[in-house]
Ligand binder design. Structure first.
Ligand code: FE
Length: 222
């Protein structure tokens, strides 16, 4: 049993905009939320951004796209073995065929939790995340603590999320890049044979698709 860390040596992060000049940089406050607000004001004043369009975009990622898309994909994979096999083989194609395409054209790789393996996703260098299917990443995903510690001590970090992985189970940590984002397919909750795909989807939490949580169980169904 060993904890393996899949790190892509070719870890490009050129999707991040590092082109803003040092002047803009120094004018903006250090708090990320304030920075975004200041940036939005600047871009709006310069006529580069329509605030309504920005609001619509944020709403889309926060509420409409969100993790519900990922949950639908996972629920279908629980329900349909052929779909699951296809998803594991080429998630980018399957998800694209469903009409959910990433904004940056990145590849999505689905990794499945089993009785033997638990998968967890991180971006050690910044905050690469499968936005197109999980929406906006949670704050902890972008935190220095999570990014540095989950690689060194995945079991310890997971137990802080309330997730104690059995010692016999392997933990795999997947390091996201600009090119490759990971979707964890959690193990199906027990006693859910009678549920529809829609009901199954309501069990699939965001954290369960990042690997820091598990799907809800039957008693937790809304
Ligand atoms: Fe990143």
């Amino acid at each position: 049993m060993s904890d393996s860390h899949h790190h892509d040596d070719d870890h490009h992060h050129d999707h991040h905009d590092h082109h803003h000049g040092s002047l803009t940089h120094s004018l903006l406050p250090s708090d990320p939320a304030l920075r975004v607000k200041a940036m939005e004001t600047l871009l709006t004043q310069k006529g580069l951004v329509d605030p309504d369009a920005l609001d619509a975009l944020i709403d889309a990622y926060q509420n409409r796209i969100g993790p519900q898309i990922g949950a639908k994909i996972v629920a279908r994979s629980w329900h349909d073995p052929d779909f699951r096999a296809e998803l594991l083989r080429d998630a980018t194609k399957v998800i694209g065929d469903m009409g959910f395409t990433g904004l940056q054209g990145e590849h999505i790789v689905a990794v499945e939790n089993t009785d033997e393996v638990h998968n967890v996703v991180v971006c050690t260098l910044c905050s690469c995340y499968p936005w197109s299917i999980l929406g906006i990443p949670p704050a902890w995903y972008k935190s220095e603590a999570y990014r540095s510690r989950v690689v060194i001590d995945p079991r310890g970090v997971l137990s802080e999320f309330g997730l104690d992985i059995h010692p016999d189970k392997q933990v795999r940590v997947w390091d996201s890049t600009a090119e490759i984002r990971y979707l964890v397919i959690p193990q199906r909750s027990e006693n859910t044979e009678e549920l529809s795909v829609e009901q199954l989807a309501s069990l699939v939490t965001r954290d369960s698709m990042v690997g820091t949580g598990l799907p809800k169980i039957m008693g937790e169904l809304p």
